[in-house]
Design a protein around this ligand. Structure first.
Ligand code: SAH
Length: 228
C-alpha cells in the first residue's frame, strides 16, 4: 500500500500547481534528457515530475535545471540531470524491483528511483546530509524511500539482495559486499577510479553467479569515503 502511495505522490507532483520552474524542467527534459537519447518512458516521466530545485540549496534554485552538477554542501554534489537519468535507465528497473542507492546526498536520485519503483533503499555516510534528505523526501511525498546513515561500502545487508544497485560516489574498486548483495540477474552501476580524476562508469551484471563488468562512460564523481 505504501508503495502505491509513493507512486501516487510522483504523479501528483507532476500536476502540482504553483511550480515556478515547470518551464525550466520541461526544457531540461527536452534538451538534456530526451534530446540526449534517454528513451525509457518511466525515467523520462520521473525526470519530468521530480522538482530538482527543491533538492539544491535555495540560493542555487535558479540553476537547478542547468546541464551541470551543483554543490549541495559538505563538499558534495548533485549530479547533472543527464547522468542521473542515464544511470537510472541503464539499470533497467522493472516495476516492483528492489533498488539500493549508495550516496543519498540531496535525495534527488532517490526521488527519481522512487518514481520508477516503490522499493528504494539509500545509504549516506554524512549524517547531516542523510537526515536532511530523509526529511526532504518525506515532506515531498516520497515516503517509500528508506535512508540509513552508514558506510555504503557495506551496502544494506538487511534488505539484500537487490535487483539493482546504484553508487553515486566514485570507488577505487567495486566493493565486494555490493557484489554479494546484487541479485542473480541484477545490475549495478558504479563510477570506478581515483578521486578527482576522470573515472569510468561501470555496469556490473550478475548472471548465474558470474559477474560481468563493462565500461560505459567517462565520468567525474566525488569519492566514496570510508569510515564511520
Ligand atoms: N545521489 C546524490 C548525490 C551524490 S554525491 C543526489 O542525488 O543528490 C555523493 C554522496 O555520496 C555524498 O552525499 C557523499 O556524502 C556520499 N558518500 C560518500 N562516500 C559514501 C559512503 N562510503 N557511503 C555512503 N555514502 C557515501
Amino acid at each position: 500500500m505504501s508503495g502505491v502511495l509513493g507512486i501516487i505522490a510522483c504523479l501528483m507532483l507532476f500536476a502540482a500547481p504553483g511550480d515556478p520552474f515547470v518551464r525550466e524542467r520541461e526544457a531540461m527534459v527536452n534538451a538534456q534528457i530526451v534530446g540526449q537519447g534517454i528513451k525509457d518512458p518511466s525515467v523520462v516521466d520521473a525526470m519530468r515530475s521530480v522538482k530538482r530545485h527543491l533538492f539544491v540549496p535555495q540560493a542555487l534554485a535558479s540553476s537547478a535545471y542547468d546541464d551541470r552538477p551543483l554543490p549541495i554542501g559538505y563538499g558534495q554534489t548533485i549530479s547533472q540531470p543527464f547522468i542521473v537519468a542515464f544511470m537510472t535507465e541503464i539499470l533497467k528497473i522493472k516495476p516492483g524491483a528492489k533498488v539500493l542507492e549508495i550516496g543519498t546526498g540531496s535525495g534527488y536520485q532517490a526521488a527519481i528511483l522512487a518514481c520508477v519503483t516503490p522499493e528504494v533503499y539509500s545509504v549516506e555516510i554524512i549524517e547531516a546530509l542523510g537526515l536532511a534528505a530523509g526529511k526532504r523526501l518525506r515532506a515531498l511525498g516520497y515516503n517509500t524511500v528508506r535512508v540509513k546513515i552508514a558506510d555504503g561500502y557495506y551496502g544494506w545487508e538487511a534488505y539484500a539482495p537487490y535487483d539493482a544497485i546504484i553508487v553515486t560516489a566514485a570507488a577505487e574498486y567495486i566493493p565486494p559486499p555490493l557484489i554479494r548483495q546484487l541479485k542473480d540477474g541484477g545490475r549495478m552501476v558504479i563510477p570506478v577510479g581515483s578521486p578527482f580524476m576522470v573515472q569510468k562508469l561501470m555496469l556490473v551484471e550478475k548472471q548465474n553467479s558470474t559477474v560481468y563488468t563493462r565500461d560505459i562512460l567517462p565520468v567525474r564523481f566525488v569519492p566514496l569515503r570510508r569510515g564511520p
